[in-house]
Design a binder for this molecule. Structure first.
Ligand SMILES: *[C@@H]1O[C@H](CO)[C@@H](O)[C@H](O)[C@H]1NC(C)=O
Ligand SMILES: *[C@@H]1O[C@H](CO)[C@@H](O)[C@H](O)[C@H]1NC(C)=O
Ligand SMILES: *[C@@H]1O[C@H](CO)[C@@H](O)[C@H](O)[C@H]1NC(C)=O
Ligand SMILES: *[C@@H]1O[C@H](CO)[C@@H](O)[C@H](O)[C@H]1NC(C)=O
Ligand SMILES: *[C@@H]1O[C@H](CO)[C@@H](O)[C@H](O)[C@H]1NC(C)=O
Ligand SMILES: [Ca+2]
Ligand SMILES: [Ca+2]
Length: 378
């Protein structure tokens, strides 16, 4: 009996010692504190029917983006391949279209192997590429936004190139309207499921994307077609406004009245800072509608009580945020997390001290909401 309690005492003491030494170790070294986090390749690539309401952030590190791109390409090929065969060969077995998960496990092992993928070395290499305007040893918000934007634009263009492969049937580098075949999700749906009417309406979208009006879309124009909110083409932005009115026009009079504005888009365009009142506006109480009426009146330039497509132009960017908007959001988050001395910009040291802000913020978004360190390892 005495021996048993002695054993218990010793065990508890050893455990305590282990815990103490471990936590003090971890306080000394960032690396040790992070060792238990695993970087993940985003495991989900879905074909989003409505490009306006889903947004993937691009990876911060082009090397990681390259890995993700490869994975996405492969999933895309599987998807495309299985779709094609779905129609022609009903008997084809459903198996063997699974993505090759093992490859991605390897990629994750690679990223988590510090000898192979050393985040310090990566940041050392990337810093001078980000700190360019001017190169002064500080990465500012605008430099980092520009960087993030470049990364996401590259991804977007890559996806467009893939789409182009499908639609450009004669492989001349242009998509004509005749060649353009709406994706299956659009064809199968009724006219309004995705707020997207086939036929003439789609042709209007196509025409608006055709900046030089030669009747066919090159890769730039096709990219704009797929991502109108990121386009610089005024015709297309105007089309986007018209599309917005069409979608929100619940009483089908072709115009946007106050109620349609209030229930459809006010939440997207309202300026919380200026209102200073975060009360829910969902109650139909008139007091709650006051900020909406004020904004509506400001937008309704000709004062006819309706918003026209042109009157929607000043706020269309808020309704359909651009890649730049998301890049800026991502930047604000990163700086807020990594800017240790709170001067609003990042030094190389600040970046190296907070590597997982750059890596897991991009990777682990769904699983690790607060991006914080796990308490059990402190
Ligand atoms: C991908 O996401 C969908 C939901 O969006 C989920 O049902 C599915 O399990 C995910 N797949 C993987 C491999 O994470
Ligand atoms: C990562 O690189 C840094 C700087 O080059 C180096 O000090 C560190 O030891 C490297 N880590 C590993 C695990 O190799
Ligand atoms: C779908 O659109 C076509 C013309 O674009 C129209 O004739 C048809 O009535 C619409 N169907 C529905 C269900 O709205
Ligand atoms: C689109 O442009 C073509 C050729 O310029 C024209 O024939 C067609 O009517 C236009 N369609 C729409 C919906 O604007
Ligand atoms: C596509 O055409 C537009 C004009 O509509 C032009 O500005 C752009 O440079 C072209 N893109 C390419 C890749 O040639
Ligand atoms: Ca700088
Ligand atoms: Ca008006």
């Amino acid at each position: 009996m005495g021996r048993l309690s002695l054993i218990i005492y010793i065990t508890v003491a050893v455990l305590l010692l282990l815990l103490i030494s471990r936590s003090s170790d971890n306080h000394k070294s960032h690396a040790a504190r992070h060792r238990h986090r695993r970087l993940k390749i985003r495991s989900n690539f879905t074909f989003v029917p409505d490009p306006h309401h889903a947004h993937d952030r691009a990876a911060f590190d082009p090397l990681v983006a390259g890995i993700e791109r490869k994975r996405e390409d492969r999933e895309w090929e599987h998807h495309h391949y299985s779709q094609k065969h779905h129609h022609s060969d009903v008997k084809s077995e459903p198996q063997s279209h699974e993505p090759e998960w093992e490859d991605f496990m390897d990629a994750e092992d690679y990223l988590n192997d510090e000898d192979k993928f050393n985040v310090t070395d990566r940041l050392l290499l990337l810093f001078p590429k980000i700190d360019v305007d001017p190169p002064d040893g500080f990465v500012t918000e605008s430099e980092l936004t520009q960087w993030n934007l470049q990364q996401s634009q590259r991804e977007v263009l890559h996806r467009t190139e893939r789409e182009m492969e499908i639609h450009d049937k004669n492989k001349d580098g242009f998509v004509t309207f005749a060649e353009y075949e709406p994706p299956s999700w659009a064809k199968d749906s009724d006219n309004t499921t995705f707020g997207y009417q086939m036929g003439w309406w789609m042709e209007g979208h196509f025409n608006a994307s055709d900046a030089d009006e030669d009747g066919r879309l090159n890769i730039t124009e096709f990219n704009d077609f797929l991502h109108p909110a990121d386009s610089n083409n005024p015709k297309l932005i105007h089309w986007l406004c018209k599309e917005e009115i069409r979608e929100r026009d619940t009483d089908k009079d072709g115009k946007m009245n106050f109620e349609e504005f209030f229930h459809g888009i006010f939440d997207l365009v309202r300026n919380y800072d200026e209102e200073g009142n975060h009360a829910s506006h969902e109650s139909d109480d008139d007091a709650h509608k006051a900020p909406a009426r004020k904004l509506f009146a400001e937008l309704d330039k000709d004062g006819d009580g309706y918003l026209s497509d042109l009157e929607l132009l000043p706020v269309i960017g808020k309704i359909h945020p651009s890649e730049r908007y998301y890049a800026k959001q991502q930047t604000e988050y990163i700086i807020q997390q990594a800017d240790t001395d709170k001067d609003g910009r990042l030094t190389l040291t600040e970046m190296i001290d907070n590597p997982y802000v750059f890596y897991s913020a991009v990777f682990n978004e769904d699983e690790d909401d607060d991006y914080g360190y796990h308490d059990e390892f402190r």
